[in-house]
Design a protein around this ligand. Structure first.
Ligand code: AMP
Ligand code: ZN
Length: 112
């Protein structure tokens, strides 16, 4: 049974795509927490950062470079935040590795 983000990647569930390449795609979060809130996800299913391995090293770097590129194209010149939630305590709710790109407002620290 494909996961939610695998279904979005396959086009079986609609999403507003903002970026696509061979390895990744990025779409608007359905419940945005900032004016810009984009999910950057690998096309290949990886359950979480904790489930990733050495073979994913380049891919995980690529996800972050894609996030920075999208931040540029969305005019986030004042800065932005990238977040990976992992596991129950990390607040992960969708079990397909994703980088949150948040921007368009000042972020707070520490996160909740
Ligand atoms: P996390 O809680 O870190 O696992 O993040 C999962 C994110 O996926 C949340 O910010 C959700 O709002 C978002 N999300 C859930 N369902 C969808 C969907 N159908 N399309 C776009 N984003 C979604
Ligand atoms: Zn998946």
């Amino acid at each position: 049974m494909p996961c939610l983000f695998c279904k979005i990647i396959a086009g079986e569930i609609p999403a507003k795509m903002v970026f696509e390449d061979d390895l990744t795609c990025a779409f608007n979060d359905i419940n945005p927490q900032a004016p810009t809130h984009v999910m950057v996800v690998p096309r290949r299913h990886i359950g979480s950062l904790a489930e990733s391995g050495a073979e994913d090293e380049e891919l995980i770097g690529h996800l972050h470079l894609v996030a920075a590129q999208i931040a540029g194209s969305h005019g986030l010149s004042n800065g932005f935040r990238t977040v990976i939630n992992t596991g129950r305590d990390g607040g992960q709710t969708v079990d397909h590795l994703h980088v949150h790109l948040l921007g368009g407002r000042a972020m707070h620290w520490p996160p909740g």
